[in-house]
Design a binder for this molecule. Structure first.
Ligand SMILES: [Zn+2]
Length: 164
């Protein structure tokens, strides 16, 4: 739906349904339409254009106000649900990218294991050992050997507590 504002002293709003055909509303009508929940703007090629809570809506001409309102509401709901779904999918994609960035290559792990003698570099524990990014990935740290160390679970938790 293309919207064009024309006129300066008495602006008009044109809603183009094709290159040459449009519905024209005065500025006042347009403002009223924006505030109203439901406005019948006009008919074109056997269908009726409505202004609704959730924007423009084309409907069959034999539908009542209430039916148009319901259909427009349904469209708004479905759109919201779809946007939610898309947001989740995009967030999941970011999680996967993040996990890939975090994954420490095997040869780096082997090197660090040798260098740190297979124990926590903080307390010397040999239990619950984890490879830790000295500078966290989220803060720009990479997977180079000098940014990886062995920590036990306790020391790692203490460290992340102090970073937050
Ligand atoms: Zn430790």
């Amino acid at each position: 739906m293309e919207l064009q504002k024309s006129g300066w002293l008495f602006p008009k709003w044109r809603f183009f349904v094709s290159k040459t055909q449009y519905f024209e509303l005065s500025n006042r009508e347009y403002q009223q339409a924006r505030e109203a929940r439901l406005v019948n703007i006009g008919s074109h090629r056997g269908r009726t254009l409505w202004w609704t809570d959730s924007g423009f809506f084309w409907a069959d001409p034999d539908l009542s106000d209430e039916e148009v309102e319901l259909l427009a509401w349904d469209r708004g709901q479905r759109q919201e649900a779809k946007l939610d779904r898309l947001r989740k999918i995009r967030a999941r994609g970011k999680d996967i990218t993040e996990a890939r960035r975090r994954a420490i290559p095997g040869e780096i792990r082997a090197f660090v294991w040798q260098r740190d003698d297979g124990r926590c570099v903080q307390c010397g524990s040999e239990d619950d050992l984890q490879f830790d990014h000295v500078i966290p990935v989220a803060k720009g740290g990479g997977n180079a050997v000098d940014n990886i160390q062995i920590l036990c679970g306790d020391c790692n938790r203490q460290k992340s507590d102090s970073i937050v």
